[in-house]
Design a protein around this ligand. Sequence first.
Ligand code: HMG
Ligand code: MG
Length: 302
Amino acid sequence: MPLPSRVKIVDVGPRDGLQNEKQPVSAEVKIGLVHRLQDAGLMNIEVTSFVSPKWVPQMADNAEVMAGIQRKAGVRYSVLTPNMKGFEAAVASHPDEIVVFGAASEAFSQKNINCSIAESIERFAPVVAAAREQGIHVRGAISCTVGCPYEGEIPPERVELVARLMKQIGVQHVGVADTIGVGTPRKVQRAMEAALKHYGLDDVSGHFHDTYGQALSNTLAALEMGVWQYDTSSAGLGGCPYAKGATGNVATEDVVYMLDGMGIDTGIDLEKLVDAGAYISAELGRKPNSRAATALLNKRQG
Ligand code: HMG
Ligand code: MG
């Protein structure tokens, strides 16, 4: 399989990156991050989630954030919608894409969205139908595709099952997520293969958290299979409130640096991307969690 010549990156920093932040981040700052990401050339940005504010208080300003973005032509703005209530609220904000999120682990499904895998599919079905009727693209995220904080290792058959169920209800694309960043290249490839039994190569993506420092290797392993779409997070922000100890997504800066070096086009300006990551990191009072960003920032200081 030749390596892809082009990679699509979805920056999930404003959503996955910030959802787990304990300190409140203002809508203005979140909007500032989205603006900087689109200025850096990101064409796909996961902005927020329409989930219960009791469960994830950081995302309670979802509508305000969506309303405050000065949209750039051609950029796809996506939001998470776990059920019809979330979808109806989201629609008023005119997202280009919605994300339903399930899991390959029963225990994680219960902890994260308070229902079983089968129940989650029942909840997603009307959301998917309504979105497609309105011409909104539907992505599905499958959490815990290699490991679960509650159940341990997850066999690829479980990933295949959830991919099949998502396909049956009309989900157009699935993201294979290593929620807690425990995956290693061969395991991630097996999870990808499982999703690819039901989705074509153009309709799967990788979403790798970097807890054990494996996310870049896992990205390369998926690239070798021809997978060309990835969720990443500027400054390596992130984590899921229901996956304790798991750290952020692979940093967008690190992935773009790697792809630039491999001659694979992303359309992203790395220097401007570093600025976006430095901006949100300064707002959070810390340094970017990205080796490439750190190196480039150090180099700027001479
Ligand atoms: P539930 O309690 O089972 O829902 O929550 P319910 O229908 O029984 O409703 C209970 C209350 O929640 C009611 O309010 C509803 O109105 C309200 P009350 O009457 O008690 O005041 N409610 C809502 N409010 C706002 N928006 C909604 C909504 N739905 C119900 N959409 C629910 C079910 C899914 C809502 C809840 O479990 C929840 O919000 N969970 C949060 C899940 C989450 O955001 N997790 C993090 C994102 S997923 C992730 O990070 C993984 C990913 O990155 C991939 C990876 O790395 O693996 C995508
Ligand atoms: Mg995630």
